[in-house]
Design a protein around this ligand. Sequence first.
Ligand code: GDP
Ligand code: MG
Length: 162
Amino acid sequence: GLPVVAIVGRPNVGKSTIVNRIIGYRGAVVQDTPGVTRDRVAYPAEWNGRRFTLVDTGGWEVDVAGLDASVAAQAEIAVERADVVILVVDATVGATDTDERVVQMLRRSGKPVILAANKVDSRTQESDAAMLWSLGLGEPYPVSGLHGRGSGDLLDALLEVL
Ligand code: GDP
Ligand code: MG
């Protein structure tokens, strides 16, 4: 089958918004409230003639009490089934403890990871993205899922490891 790309990250960082941007229509559910993406949902996607399956995640965002643990556990399932992972971090917030836990799990998985620094809506916010070098995943790609800014460079980087 087609290569599988999983999008993981904390609730509300903009995973579904980026998925919508990549697939080009509002098929994924986006909300202000965490907990809206119910399951892992797979979409057909394409960039520069390369087709792949894009998996949005977020079904674990319900149990607020156990949030950190269950984010890591559910992301792990999506990652196991993926060929490449896009980790989305909210550049306006910076790296949180939950982000760090997901990074540890991704490292153990051995899967290639592309780091998307989301919510970089303007050039002046690109320094926020640069802070995310600290996660140790290599270059953070500044993107705005909302406006589309930077998504071409992110997808070019994805194709290099796909
Ligand atoms: P998810 O929980 O990670 O899937 O996050 P969503 O895609 O549902 O987005 C959560 C919130 O962040 C929504 O209010 C989005 O409109 C907002 N958001 C997503 N991407 C961006 C972005 O690039 N810039 C800004 N300013 N807001 C964004
Ligand atoms: Mg979502």
